[in-house]
Design a protein around this ligand. Structure first.
Ligand code: NAD
Length: 423
């Protein structure tokens, strides 16, 4: 995981992408070798192999991870992903991005991530609960409200967070609401958390639209991924007046130049339908979706989607990154050359961690807020961060990603220096 080595061959590997981004920021900030080593290494990496009893009474062993990248600015924070392609390198990269994300929006957290190598769609409800409770038990030695606070990510949701919270509470003998965020409201979740990442994308897209002089009411949008993040962003943007002309999920993509009925698609998906089979638009490929001539392209599925290969064909005026790491560093350079504004993941999709922070604060105080208050505070925090990043980018004459990284890395280095190296 050496900083220099990864920089030699940046590509779609998320860890290489994350390390390359860090190297560029470290060079510009003229960080010394010690700081570079601290930032390019994850502080704690836990790998767990654990058995789960399946419905047919057979036993399967699963592999999971919890990685804490950096704790200089506060307890570790980051989601848990259930996906067949989860790997230690991917979790490391995602943990690193969480450190920068919390720092760039200036909330008092370090970065972490977790994951289990599994396709949750292949498990029954009981198997999913058994797997979750056992994984929670395995990682219980490193998580807690003061240490490391998981949240949902791809393939996990509020129900899974409830099982984790209950498992940890059973072990500790009292209700530990603050151990995870993204919980159902009935057990200490916050109003507005489910929509938070998508709502943050809405606020960021509105800010970018203002900067690009595009009225949001006439803006066209394509969204890759129709899950927690993409579907909410598409829905809120369409309610704000934008024309969402294409959306996709793992089954394929749908296009309608007049604008898709996002409400209808949402219900269609919720009732178990696949996007590809919806009659509300024409079927196109996921690759076609990425290269549509729209004002805003929102990749909200997986990392490594916009690459050096397809970037030259991207015609969007701005890419607002809903997913973590959807654009490779090589693609970033191509997009910059084409004058495409890229609002980086660590800023654009920070709505989730910001409202997670609000949830954690409410849990620690046993004092809960109205939804309006949550949304209004989210708006304040994320638009302030957007303004910080855009003014810094103008001052330093760098891209928004570089500016966000420079701000974030500088804040983490400052915290590390102020705290000092123990002992
Ligand atoms: P999700 O599992 O709810 O949704 C993912 C969506 O992407 C699904 O609709 C899936 O079908 C689709 N998808 C998968 N492969 C695809 C492909 N090849 N092409 C098109 N669509 C594909 O996950 P999510 O929580 O919405 O997370 C999506 C991304 O956003 C991830 O990168 C995640 O790390 C990031 N993110 C999530 C949150 C959050 O609060 N959930 C916060 C910040 C960032």
């Amino acid at each position: 995981m050496a900083l220099g080595k990864a920089a030699a061959e940046p590509g779609a590997n998320p860890l290489e992408t994350a390390l390359t981004q860090l190297r560029l920021a470290a060079d510009r900030l003229q960080l010394d070798e010690g700081d570079r080593q601290i930032l390019s290494t994850c502080k704690r990496e836990l790998t767990v192999h654990f058995p789960v009893q399946m419905d047919d009474r057979s036993t399967r062993v699963f592999t999971g991870y919890r990685v804490q990248h950096n704790l200089a600015r506060g307890p570790a924070k980051g989601g848990i992903r259930y996906h067949p392609s989860v790997s230690l390198d991917e979790v490391r990269a995602l943990a690193m991005w969480m450190t920068w994300k919390s720092a760039v929006v200036n909330i008092p957290y370090g970065g972490a991530k977790g994951g289990v190598i599994v396709d949750p769609k292949t498990l029954s409800r009981t198997e999913l609960e058994n797997l979750t409770r056992r994984y929670a038990t395995e990682i219980s030695i490193v998580i807690g409200p003061n240490e490391d606070i998981p949240a949902p990510d791809m393939g996990t949701d509020s129900r899974i967070m409830a099982w984790i919270m209950d498992t940890i509470s059973m072990h500790r003998g009292y209700t530990e609401a603050g151990v995870v965020t993204g919980k159902p409201v009935s057990i200490g979740g916050t109003l507005g958390r489910m929509e938070a990442t998508g709502r943050g994308l809405l606020y960021i897209t509105q800010e970018a639209a203002r900067d690009l002089d595009i009225p949001i009411e006439s803006a066209t949008v394509a969204v890759q991924g129709f899950g927690n993040v993409g579907a909410v962003a598409a829905w809120l943007l369409s309610r704000a007046g934008a024309r969402v002309v294409a959306v996709s999920d793992s089954s394929g993509a749908l296009y309608n130049g007049k604008g898709l009925d996002i409400d209808a698609l949402w219900h269609h998906k919720r009732d178990g339908g696949s996007l590809r089979l919806s009659p509300s638009g024409d079927q196109i490929s996921n690759e076609d979706l990425l290269t549509l001539p729209v004002d805003f392209l929102i990749p909200a599925a997986l990392e490594g989607q916009i690459t050096a290969q397809n970037a030259p064909r991207i015609k969007a005026r701005a890419v607002v990154e809903g997913a973590n790491g959807p654009t490779t560093p090589e693609a970033d350079a191509v997009l910059a050359g084409q004058g495409v504004l890229v609002v980086p993941d660590i800023l654009a999709n920070a709505g989730g961690v910001i409202v997670s922070y609000f949830e954690w604060v409410q849990d620690l105080q046993f004092f809960f807020w109205e939804e309006d208050e949550v949304n209004e505070r989210l708006h304040r925090v994320i638009t302030r961060a957007y303004r910080d990043v855009t003014s810094f980018a103008q001052e330093e004459k760098v891209s928004l990603r570089e500016a966000a990284m420079l701000l974030a890395v500088r804040r983490v280095v400052e915290a590390t220096k102020v705290r000092g190296i123990y002992p």
